[in-house]
Structures are given as C-alpha cells and as structure tokens.
Design a protein around this ligand. Structure first.
Ligand code: SAM
Ligand code: SF4
Length: 362
C-alpha cells in the first residue's frame, strides 16, 4: 500500500470502519489500476462538491453583492451530460464516494431532478446530497427525493423576517420555512440545517434556532463566517466563534455534552443538546484542513482543490475540445497534487480567492 495512505490512516487515527472504507476504495482503485486522488500531504480525496449554477434567488451579504452580481455566461455552465461525465470519472477512476450538489442556489437550475437521477445511477457512488437555501424546496423536495437524493442541508440563519431580509436582501423566510417542513415530510435519510455564525446577527437567536431544529428532530450546525463574501468586507472580529457559541449554548440549555467526532473528515464538532445534536464548524478558529478530503467543481467547469485555492484547473475548454478521460483525469490529479497544506486565513498576507462563495459552490 502507498506509504502516504498508511501515514494518513495513522495520523488521523481512523476508526476500523473508516479504515475498512478507505481500504475498500483503494482496493477498488487498484483493480482498475487507477490510484485515488492524493495530494502531496497524503490526503485522500473522496468527497466532491459539485456546483450546478452560480445564480441565486437571494443575495446573502456574506456571499453575494446586493446589486450587480456577475454571473458566468449561460453557455459556460456545464451541461448535465458534461457534469455527469466528470462525476462518473471521479467516482470510477478517482475514488470519489460522495457528491454534494451546490451553487449558487442549485434549485434555480431547471430540471435538477434529472441530474440527480443521472448521478444516483453511478454504481460506486455511496452518498448524494444537496445544499439549498430552501426557498424552492416546497415545490421540489418530493421530486428530488424520488430522483434518488439522499440527504439535504438547508441554510437557515434566522427565524425573524426582518433579519432575514437584512441578510438576504430579499424577502423569503416564509418560503424557506415551508420548504423545510415540506422536505421533512419526504423521508430523506438526513436533513441538516446550516446557520452562519456571525457576531451581532446570530447571538440573539442561538437558542431559538436550536429549539426550532430540536422540535423537528433535525440537526442544526453553526458555521463560522469565512472570508468568501463578494464585498470583501469580512473581518475576523465578525466571526461568532465556536467558543462563544458554546458559552451561549451552555447558558441557554441545561446540558450540552460533547460527542466524539464521527469521522475526522467531518468538519462539525457535535454536542448533545436535550434530545438532539447540535454541530459547530470552526472553519476559522479550528480549521480541519489536515483531514480535508474535498474537491470542488465550479458551475463553469473548473476543478478547485480548496475553497481558498488561488488557482484551479479549468476543464470546460478541455471537455469541449474533445479531451479523453485520461486527459481530464490527469488535469484533475495535477490540481489535487498542488493542494496547499491549509487555508492560511490566519497567516499574514492572506488573500481571499478571486471567486466569492456563490461562484465556487459551498
Ligand atoms: N444557495 C445554497 C445555500 O445557501 O444553502 C447553496 C450554496 S451556499 C454558497 C452553501 C453554503 O455556504 C450555505 O450554507 C451558506 O450559508 C454557506 N456560506 C456562504 N457564504 C459563506 C461564508 N462567507 N462563510 C461561510 N459559509 C458561507
Ligand atoms: Fe445564495 Fe446560498 Fe449565497 Fe445565500 S449563500 S446568496 S442562498 S448562494
């Protein structure tokens, strides 16, 4: 076995089941003589974030500008067939085992259940999920579930209509809440709510948001605000940190018990709060880069090895010029190989990436 993989297993103290899963992926790779996607630090990449559009129906201040958002031309957006080709290649030749569809807002892309059905048919794929702001879920949840979508993450930053409008610069809380309830009725394998943790915005509603999730038996995860806003207004002191969140949770709930992390590559620390679980993702104050197993494909067909990468591998031109599967995999492997050790937000001279969040896919 490749010594870098062995080191990875030891370093991250993988549970037996995780080691078995990794070994299974590696042995299925060796049958096809296709090595897994490994970077120069030995991180094995099995998780793909697939953006299907950079368009969105709202304008969250931490992601998009209020006005004048720039979108890639429509004909630069990968077709479903192009997306499917890349996804299948990454699964069959690269060892990817889970795909999360994202955007922009993925549900503004027409006929998205058709893409889900195509991806769900990839035999070796183990998990297919989607992240959405929930505004179009009431209409689409059933079709997404029927098409084979297994899990949903729904963004919910507030339960207050005025606050929603301040964050999203659009109306939409009512539709989001209707979307969440419609999705819960569909029987997805898992539904999680994502709440950005921002000073002055999140604090007043921590308890209310957690209770809302507990009442519906879904997990809520707080995510520290990252410097990925188009306006480049992010400041470190705007981050409502994991530590501050914990203090607030402990004030509001009788018992907040830390749980062991299910897998090292899972970014959330989990806590038992009453009868449910709450997650905290400390992307800024305790980054999980060491165990990162993610790669990304943007809606216009660029492979990125990190949210904060300053370079990427543009594949759209290659695909449309008739590149072979081998050529595509070689471009992808080159991109993964060049992955940095860590996002470096805490380093002097850190520069946010050229693409804001909506143009990458969170
Ligand atoms: N439109 C969908 C949504 O909002 O859920 C999917 C795309 S959105 C870019 C994916 C996730 O990124 C959301 O949970 C959103 O809250 C998160 N996000 C956006 N901007 C962020 C930022 N600056 N820092 C941390 N997370 C961010
Ligand atoms: Fe749209 Fe999601 Fe970005 Fe908000 S976070 S503007 S919903 S893409």
């Amino acid at each position: 076995m490749d010594s870098r993989i062995r080191n990875y297993r030891v370093k991250h103290d993988l549970h037996d089941s995780e080691s078995e899963a990794l070994t299974a992926i590696i042995s299925s790779m060796s049958q096809t003589s296709s090595p897994p996607l490994i970077d120069s630090f030995g991180r094995v990449h099995t998780s793909l974030r697939l953006s299907v559009t950079d368009r969105c129906n709202i304008r969250c201040f931490y992601c998009m500008p209020e006005k004048g958002a720039e979108f890639v031309p429509k004909d630069h957006i990968l077709s479903f067939e192009e997306i499917y080709r890349l996804a299948r290649l990454l699964v069959e030749e690269g060892g990817v085992r889970d795909i999360r569809i994202t955007g922009g807002e993925p549900l503004v892309r027409q006929q998205i259940p058709r893409l889900i059905e195509m991806l769900a048919g990839i035999e070796l794929l183990e998990d297919l999920s989607l992240t959405t702001n929930g505004m179009l879920l009431a209409e689409h949840a059933q079709a997404l579930h029927a098409a084979g979508l297994q899990r949903l993450n729904i963004s919910l930053d507030t339960l207050n209509k005025e606050v929603f409008e301040k964050i999203a610069r659009r109306d939409g809380l009512e539709r989001t809440l209707q979307g969440i309830d419609a999705a819960i009725k569909c029987g997805f394998k898992s539904i999680k709510l994502n709440t950005l943790a921002i000073k002055g915005v999140t604090e007043p509603e921590v308890a209310e948001l957690v209770r809302y999730a507990l009442e519906r038996d879904v997990m809520l995860r707080f995510i520290e605000f990252m410097p990925l806003d188009t306006d480049r207004a992010w400041q470190q002191d705007q981050v409502f940190t994991g530590d501050q969140l914990l203090v607030t949770l402990q004030k509001e709930f009788d018992s907040v018990v830390p749980l062991s992390r299910p897998e090292p590559s899972q970014p959330a620390e989990e806590f038992q709060v009453e009868h449910g679980r709450v997650g905290i993702i400390r992307s800024i104050t305790a980054p999980f880069c060491e165990a990162c197993n993610r790669i990304r494909i943007t809606a216009d067909g660029a492979v990125r090895n990190c949210l904060f990468a300053t370079s990427e591998a543009p594949l759209r031109g290659l695909i449309r010029a008739g590149a072979s599967d081998e050529d595509l995999m070689s471009a992808i492997r080159g991109c993964i190989a060049g992955k940095s050790k860590a996002h470096g937000i805490d380093q002097d001279g850190f520069q946010p990436p050229d693409r804001p969040m909506y143009a990458i896919g969170g």
